[in-house]
Design a protein around this ligand. Structure first.
Ligand SMILES: NC(=O)c1ccc[n+]([C@@H]2O[C@H](COP(=O)([O-])OP(=O)(O)OC[C@H]3O[C@@H](n4cnc5c(N)ncnc54)[C@H](OP(=O)(O)O)[C@@H]3O)[C@@H](O)[C@H]2O)c1
Length: 296
């Protein structure tokens, strides 16, 4: 072990916060859970095995002042509600892993963090939180559980996460990483939430054509923003989704069925903001954003 075992603050101990927190605990780091429902352990089930990870819960932001590693994994729209935790940890030596969907990881947290380092993460873990303190991690065949930038702050997390058993890829082109994930979310999340159908909805020919239009608009914005998106990406993505097994679902559909607020502003909203910056018309994205917003 080349790194120091130091306490890690987890802000948002949900499906992803617990999966990442568990890996960091296995790598030797005590875990402090910041606010939310009080828990004394994470019960982590993966591949039929359940492990109990002891954690300390606090409701006092002052108690994480000395924590130099923070994992932020609340849903994107819940970030303002945890601002006081981020402010408490803010220090030039602090690195914050922002494990959230979207492309606006930096913008979302910079007003709270001052000179701390922000490490955005593309999350490919597939997990659920059936109740507070309990996480079920579904084994998925992905090349990496997390994709992060290739810089010094990201390295502080990478070596620890890898020691804890996660597959982590460092990519020097994080703009492309984030946009590729956002484009998939742009069709899967809103379309399943709006239709209340699982991923098999993409086998419907009319839905598939609409998804291609949405993706083509999104890809134009992504390229203007500097992401490398291959020609034919839109149709290839829809063909890939059509091959998903029956029953595959999305977080936005799950949240809609549970009556929870939807994370659409970080997805369709982010595409609209980028489109406006680059002067690109995205009528299909605009319509979907309005419709999903009306569900909230
Ligand atoms: N789950 C996945 O498979 C998956 C996959 C890819 C990407 N992502 C992304 O990862 C991010 C996290 O998603 P998730 O699925 O882990 O969400 P989640 O299960 O809903 O977890 C969010 C957690 O944040 C906590 N929280 C909310 N408001 C809080 C507050 N004011 N103070 C303290 N804690 C608060 C909640 O605590 P309580 O438990 O107390 O309510 C909840 O446990 C999202 O951006 C999501 O899109 C998720």
């Amino acid at each position: 072990m080349e790194y120091t075992a130091e306490p890690v603050a987890v802000v948002g101990a949900g499906a992803i916060g617990m999966a990442i927190g568990a890996a960091l605990y296995r790598a030797g780091h005590p875990i402090t859970v910041c606010g939310g429902t009080p828990v004394s352990a994470f019960e982590v089930t993966e591949g039929g095995r359940t492990e109990s990870i002891p954690v300390t819960h606090t409701t006092e932001p002052a108690e994480i002042k000395e924590h130099r590693l923070v994992v932020l994994a609340v849903k994107a729209h819940q970030t303002p509600a945890v601002g006081e935790w981020l402010r408490a940890a803010a220090d030039p030596d602090t690195a914050v892993l922002v494990a959230q969907n979207g492309i606006e990881h930096h913008e979302r947290v910079e007003s709270y963090l001052g000179a701390s380092s922000v490490v955005p993460a593309g999350v490919y873990i597939n997990s659920e939180r059936p109740q507070p303190g309990v996480v079920v991690i579904h084994t998925v065949d992905v090349p990496a559980d997390l994709v992060i930038p290739d810089d010094a702050a990201a390295l502080r997390f990478r070596e620890r996460l890898v020691a804890g058993g996660l597959k982590v890829r460092a990519d020097p082109d994080f703009v492309t990483v984030a946009w590729q994930k956002l484009l998939t979310n742009l069709v899967t999340n809103p379309i399943t939430a709006l239709t209340q159908r699982r991923i098999e909805v993409f086998r419907d020919a009319a839905v598939a054509e609409f998804a291609v239009r949405l993706l083509e608009e999104g890809a134009e914005v992504a390229r203007a923003a500097g992401a490398v998106i291959a020609p034919g990406h839109a149709r290839a993505t829809v063909t890939w989704l059509q091959g998903f097994p029956d029953g595959a679902t999305t977080s936005m559909l799950r949240d809609r069925l549970a009556g929870l607020p939807l994370e659409h502003d970080a997805i369709t909203g982010a595409v609209l903001r980028a489109a406006s910056r680059h002067g690109i018309a995205v009528p299909a994205v605009e319509s979907v954003h309005a419709l999903v917003g009306a569900l909230n």
